[in-house]
Ligand binder design. Structure first.
Ligand SMILES: C[C@H](O)[C@H](O)[C@@H](O)C(=O)CO
Length: 504
């Protein structure tokens, strides 16, 4: 739609939305009061094995970022502003000359094994939670930094600046170094109440405060892209900070039908929770292991990170013999899983094939075994299929023998975790919830939507699919004065996109 007599549409915005498995560039604009989206670029993200660790491929990310922004122009758009969001917790270090120090180690890498013990000897986890309000997960930035202190203290010595992944991509575009608040809140180093770096925590863990630029907020402009970037992409947008943590962007796009609503951002992770106006760092929230991630304009996402579609994505990759980490010599190398080979498909196993297998097993009356999807054993197993089967075996349940039984086990395990999390939310809040609002790619999974509604006993509202990119665009539009406040953007999102109701 962007082109009109060869003149690009400039009243538009570009969201660069990069997840652990794929990235996309989506242009958004307003037409007759409705928000329109056009995806102009998509690429597969990947990890590479470097210096003994699973790392993000920063060259790939930088190349695809520029390629995606150039594609906007080719599609007839010259966005006014660009915003980047990615997954949380991961970071890079730059030296005094702004060169990278070390690699961008990815959060599923095993380097944080044993770091709970190291951290707990310094500060009790409940005390850390009182400061930062973050769900305890092995990959939280604080544990990654402790691992780095032990393995490569010289890198911390040599470093001058800590930037998270979207901050680093913003730096490549503009030369500006800023750490954005929503993603910074996934580090375990930010004080949940004040929203500033927690110097008590940093001092206790000997993490040098000097590395951390002061926190900048969503909506701020980092200025125009560098001249060489403008030349490469064919226009000169400004870079505006969205909620750079993808979950922060996704929650902004939730239309919140039937209040009080539970939000679920469904992708590689299932991020299930509610939006609050203040953090909850008290004992019951700590015990239930809920997180208080920082949101747009001092909102807090009180949520639980649930293993999510990662398990299904891993099964699919494994069945197709696709490596997750790119390195011929890596131990964790994808292979065609003979045991559950899907015969006669004539194409690679795709998500609809997996959903169909689950549907058929359900129709055949299979009783699903249930595993704890949040067990760390499922974070980065050599074989997801074997790990699930082993967990069933160890807990004395029947071990899945067919793909259908395996898929039914994953679905049943996921939705029982959703149900527990919704129950915990209700008991912490002292009231029930009326609906679950699912955004993100996972809301296309009809099997999961139906089982979620059944397990939780409340309606599911599924959509919009492009939650994260939409939330990213929402902040850019707010920053440009297209909408007066978040409530107005959410109303426009509800008007513009299809949301499907699934009754329990
Ligand atoms: C590490 C996870 O990716 C992070 O906690 C999660 O919130 C996310 O970013 C999902 O994409």
């Amino acid at each position: 739609m962007g082109q009109s007599a060869g003149i690009p549409l400039t009243d538009c915005y570009a969201a660069v939305d990069i997840g652990a498995s794929s990235g996309r560039v989506v242009v958004g604009y307003l037409e007759d009061g409705l928000i329109r989206l056009e995806e102009v670029h998509r690429f597969d993200n990947r990890q590479v094995r470097l210096n003994g660790h699973d790392c993000w491929d920063l060259d790939l990310l930088g190349t695809e970022l520029l390629r995606g922004l150039a594609r906007c122009r080719e599609a007839g758009f010259a966005p006014k502003t660009v915003g980047i969001d990615t997954w949380g917790v991961d970071f890079v270090l730059l030296d005094a000359d702004d060169n990278l120090v070390g690699d961008a180690v990815a959060y599923r890498d095993a380097r944080t094994n044993g770091m709970y013990e190291v951290a707990d000897a310094i500060m009790a986890p409940e005390e850390l939670y009182r400061h930062c309000g973050l769900q305890r997960q092995p990959f939280n930035t604080i544990y990654q930094l402790l691992a780095l202190q032990r393995e490569h203290p010289e890198q911390l010595e040599a470093a001058a600046t800590f930037l998270m992944i979207p901050d680093y991509l913003n730096f490549l575009l503009t030369g500006q170094k800023a750490v954005e608040y929503t993603n910074a809140s996934t580090t375990g180093l930010l004080n949940a109440e004040t929203g500033a770096w927690d110097e008590t925590v940093m001092a206790a863990f000997a993490i040098p405060r000097r590395l951390f630029p002061n926190v900048t907020h969503a909506g701020a402009s980092l200025g125009p892209v560098l001249p060489e970037v403008a030349e490469a992409i064919g226009y000169e947008p400004r870079v505006v900070l969205p909620a750079t943590h993808d979950t922060g962007s996704a929650y902004l796009a939730v239309p919140a039908c039937e209040l009080p609503a539970v939000f679920l951002s469904s992708g590689t992770w299932s991020l299930l929770g509610v939006e609050n106006r203040s953090p909850i760092c008290a004992e019951p929230a700590y015990r239930a292991n809920f997180t208080n991630e920082g949101g747009y304009h001092f909102r807090y996402r009180f949520l639980k990170n649930i293993m999510g579609l990662w398990m299904i994505q891993s099964i699919r990759r494994e069945l197709n013999g696709i490596a997750y980490v790119v390195d011929e010599k890596a131990i964790r190398k994808g292979r065609l899983h003979q045991y559950m080979r899907v015969e006669g498909l004539g194409h690679e196993v795709d998500f609809p094939d997996l959903i169909k297998a689950a549907d058929e097993a359900e129709a055949a009356g299979v009783t699903a075994s249930i595993v704890n999807v949040n067990d760390d054993r499922f974070l980065a197993p050599d074989s997801m299929i074997e790990e699930i089967c082993a967990a069933c075996d160890e807990s004395g349940q029947s071990v899945p023998q067919t793909l259908g039984e395996l898929m039914l086990c994953v679905y049943e395990s996921l939705v029982s975790c959703y149900r527990d999390a919704v129950d915990e939310l209700a008991s912490l809040a002292g009231h029930d919830y009326a609906s679950i609002n699912i955004v993100g790619g996972g809301c296309r999974d009809g099997h999961l939507n139906r089982r979620t509604a059944e397990a939780c006993g409340i309606p599911v509202y599924a959509g919009p699919v492009e939650g994260t990119a939409l939330g990213n665009l929402a902040v850019q539009m707010l920053a440009d004065g297209v909408f007066p406040h978040l409530k107005a953007v959410r109303a426009a999102i509800a008007e513009s996109f299809e949301v499907t109701k699934v009754e329990p």
